[in-house]
Design a protein around this ligand. Sequence first.
Ligand SMILES: *[C@@H]1O[C@H](CO)[C@@H](O)[C@H](O)[C@H]1NC(C)=O
Ligand SMILES: *[C@@H]1O[C@H](CO)[C@@H](O)[C@H](O)[C@H]1NC(C)=O
Ligand SMILES: *[C@@H]1O[C@H](CO)[C@@H](O)[C@H](O)[C@H]1NC(C)=O
Ligand SMILES: *[C@@H]1O[C@H](CO)[C@@H](O)[C@H](O)[C@H]1NC(C)=O
Ligand SMILES: *[C@@H]1O[C@H](CO)[C@@H](O)[C@H](O)[C@H]1NC(C)=O
Length: 388
Amino acid sequence: MQSPTLKCCFQFVPLIFLLFLLSLNPASSASISICNPDDKNTLISIKHHFNNASVFSTWDRNTDCCTNWSGIECDPQGHVTMLAVGSDDDVIGEIPPSMGNLPYLQFLAFSVFSHLSGPIPPSLSKLTNLQHLDLSLNNLTGSIPDFINQLKKLDDIDLSSNSLTGSIPSSLSKLPKLRTANLGSNKLSGPIPSSLGFIKTLEQLYLYSNSLSGLIPSSFSRLPKLNELDLRQNELTGTIPTSFGSFKNPDLNLDFSFNKLSGPIPNSFGKANITKLDISNNNFTGDASFLFSKEKTVLNSIDISNNLFNFDFSNVDLPMGLKNLDISHNMVFGLLPKRLGQLPLQTLDVSFNQLCGQIPTGRRLKQFSVAKFSNNKCLCGSPLASCN
Ligand SMILES: *[C@@H]1O[C@H](CO)[C@@H](O)[C@H](O)[C@H]1NC(C)=O
Ligand SMILES: *[C@@H]1O[C@H](CO)[C@@H](O)[C@H](O)[C@H]1NC(C)=O
Ligand SMILES: *[C@@H]1O[C@H](CO)[C@@H](O)[C@H](O)[C@H]1NC(C)=O
Ligand SMILES: *[C@@H]1O[C@H](CO)[C@@H](O)[C@H](O)[C@H]1NC(C)=O
Ligand SMILES: *[C@@H]1O[C@H](CO)[C@@H](O)[C@H](O)[C@H]1NC(C)=O
């Protein structure tokens, strides 16, 4: 004989099965949480550490951290893989050591907190799954910790716009997957470690606006994928390494402006395949005509202004793709090349040199004002006074 209770419950089997299916898809039900409890506790402790600042307002212990908390993403098992929050003036104080207790974290962006101060805590060395580390635009102090080289999966590191001091650890070269490193706008000093030239994966290196000194490492020319090297606004001395003629990368932007570089540029540098070159505001001397040539099909922007270059511009073979040209504030002499009038120029400045003779004609040259040609020895013709 069948019991009535059993009968009743068999009717519910499909419903129970449906609930089971729902539980496999956490987004479909708020009541089911997949958030790993340890990770949730860690995140709550971070929130409390910063006095429940408003950027954490969705971080509610009663909801699922994986589906309901802004800036948080998880893997299917509920481990937190991404923590990305920023822009809140109420986040005051130091990064809590507990941030290192998110063992599955791959993506950490904790940035634009103007009152986030203190050092980068050593506990972050436990985040060995980290691929992306962004602590930019905070107010962090102390040095760039050596332990960062333990984060072997790092692909992208951004520590820019803080107040970090000390030198760049040469052990960064032990990061086998690093593609992008931005250490710009800090107070870093000392030399640029030449070991950075051994990170074969490196594509972008930004070290601008620091107090770095010493030479530009010649080892950078060995980086097969480098496309952006920004060393502007430092205190670098010496000249451009001879080895830099061997760059073959089809899209390379080099910015060495506002340093203390001096002396002649090695002729070999003329062989490099560069798209954009800015060596302005240094003390380079001698010839730079070899930086131009018709064969430089990829060169579209060159700025050699505010140096002590001294060469004849008359026979310079300008590349046909040139869009931005600035040779102002040097001692360049001779004529402006005829081809200047045929280039797709968007910006041009040849002022404050020793140039002479007729300014070439050309529709595109008409857009540039008197100031872009002024203070030369004897340039004439539109937009300056006509030649006699
Ligand atoms: C933050 O929130 C928790 C839980 O709601 C509470 O216990 C704690 O006192 C709060 N802290 C501050 C500084 O408001
Ligand atoms: C949590 O997120 C789910 C899916 O986005 C949503 O349906 C639910 O209303 C949220 N719950 C709370 C308490 O915000
Ligand atoms: C940044 O930190 C320094 C000291 O470390 C402090 O004097 C300064 O006020 C901080 N800036 C902001 C915006 O909090
Ligand atoms: C420079 O790059 C261009 C575009 O990729 C390529 O056609 C050219 O051969 C390269 N030149 C050298 C010297 O490598
Ligand atoms: C260039 O050299 C002059 C004279 O030695 C010096 O006063 C000036 O500061 C130097 N400029 C740069 C950018 O190094």
